[in-house]
Design a protein around this ligand. Structure first.
Ligand code: PLP
Length: 453
């Protein structure tokens, strides 16, 4: 199998062409310095100097099955040899089998699968389906959420990074979902926070006008915005409000789905069934771009004799679907979802809580499965974030110092504002997690230096 083979000259050539011609997302082009990656396997990747990193990011939280899983690689190769591509209007084995395997695992009656190329377009289509199904225009979504970088998805996103690209499209209204750590002036317990958030949502619905609202969109467990596990009862409460007012309930499981939380879907933790559920990333670990919307029987019925106006040239691409089939089968055969659940409970949760006791820079630890966040703060009492929202340059120095320390210890950390997320592949081993936690421990000592005296 592949192994780090130092080749700095090849790395320099990759980097030079990247600098000259690749326009990178979410970046000021001249202020970034992307690592040239030579290879990857399992939970690790390595650069052209032969330095190896333990990947606590799963790419962008998508390699749930790790890098270069041999069964998934083989399935893509076989599909390429047999039928590399075929237009979406045809019934194709890889596509129908992927849809069947997904529908069998999604909760309730979400049994029809609309395929997209990724998560953002899945969200766009879910919203379109909800608008056509209800005949209503508005969508309610949460602050502190991420739903994708295309136009409607970025409008729906509730992350401050959306400002520059948000068109301010009419019909998107944001509300505050539960987050006790930063809502403590209004609620002291999870129960109070749940009640606050549900009352706030119902008031928002009342003031916007229930008959104008097509959908409420939520990440089951918001990911990019901070891995905020909702209090028990919140999602069931949202389900009730949606039923009461005839609103379509969309759960976005693009990041939380396919084993990430230690269940097939995060919704399984809360016993809720949405009307539409979006997925991408973990469905095939991102080996070939794929996303989709799982659709309830009632909404599928709306489009039974009326055309659904929307689609994409590469919807349900055979290579992507073959990768999904192999991924889902391998996850089942190898107990990957169970691995994420067990190691999350036994290793990551206790390990991160122990780090929080030792490091004053850790303000909060939260998560489930292989889906955790450490919130870094200047002051545990005031909970002032270690860096301000959208910090860049000097203002972001504490997080940059933390990250470069982690990398020097062989750990590639996930960073978002003042947080580091611990989101390794769901196939990670106990030994790898211990290695990563030790590196985090050392890197957090660097973050501690920025804590208010
Ligand atoms: N929805 C959620 C919850 C996500 O986390 C993401 C990406 O991180 C998206 C949607 C957008 O997915 P994509 O980047 O595949 O378009």
């Amino acid at each position: 199998t592949a192994h780090p083979q130092p080749n700095p000259e090849a790395g320099a050539a990759v980097k030079a062409a990247d600098r000259a011609h690749v326009f990178h997302s979410w970046s000021a082009q001249e202020l970034i310095d992307p690592l040239a990656v030579a290879g990857a396997e399992g939970s690790y990747f390595w650069d052209y100097d032969g330095k190896r990193y333990l990947d606590f990011t799963s790419g962008l939280v998508f390699t749930n099955i790790g890098y270069q899983h041999p069964k998934v690689v083989a399935a893509i190769q076989e599909q390429a040899a047999r039928m590399t591509t075929f237009a979406p209007a045809f019934a194709v084995e890889a596509r129908s089998e992927a849809a069947r395997l997904i529908a069998e695992r999604t909760p309730g009656d979400l049994d029809k699968i609309f395929f997209t190329n990724g998560g953002a377009d899945a969200v766009e289509h879910a919203v379109r389906m909800a608008r056509l199904h209800t005949g209503r225009p508005k969508v309610l979504s949460a602050y502190r959420s991420y739903h994708g970088g295309t136009q409607q998805a970025v409008n729906i996103t509730g992350d401050p990074r959306r400002w520059p690209s948000d068109s301010g499209a009419a019909g998107v209204v944001h509300f505050w979902a539960p987050f006790l750590y930063r809502s403590r002036f209004y609620a002291e317990t999870e129960e109070q926070e749940c009640a606050r958030a549900l009352e706030h949502l119902e008031t928002t619905i009342a003031f916007e006008g229930p008959s104008t609202i097509a959908a409420v969109v939520l990440e089951t467990i918001p990911g990019t915005a901070g891995i905020m596990v909702p209090p028990p009862g919140y999602l069931a409460g949202v389900r009730e409000l949606c039923d009461k007012y005839g609103i379509v309930f969309i759960l976005d499981e693009v990041m939380a789905g396919f084993g990430r939380t230690g269940r097939w879907f995060a919704a399984d933790h809360f016993d809720v069934v949405p009307d539409l559920m979006t997925f991408a990333k973990g469905v095939n670990s991102g080996y070939v771009p794929l996303g989709g919307v799982a659709i309830s029987a009632e909404i599928a019925e709306t489009f039974a004799r009326r055309p659904y106006p929307g689609g994409l040239t590469y919807s349900g691409h055979p290579l992507a679907c073959a990768a999904a089939v192999a991924t889902i089968r391998a996850m089942e055969e190898e107990g990957v979802v169970e691995n994420a659940r067990r190691l999350g409970e036994q290793v990551v949760g206790p390990g991160l809580r122990a780090l929080a006791e030792r490091h004053p820079s850790v303000g909060d630890v939260r998560g489930v499965g292989m889906f955790w966040a450490l919130e870094l703060v200047k002051d545990r009492e005031t909970r002032e974030p270690l860096v301000p929202y959208n910090a860049a340059g000097e203002a972001n120095a504490p997080m940059a110092a933390f990250a470069s320390a982690a990398k020097s210890y062989g750990l590639w950390p996930f960073l978002n504002m003042n947080r580091t997320h611990v989101v390794p592949p769901c196939t990670v081993t106990e030994e790898e997690l211990k290695e990563g936690l030790a590196a985090l421990d050392a890197a957090l000592s660097v973050a501690d230096e920025y804590v208010a005296a």
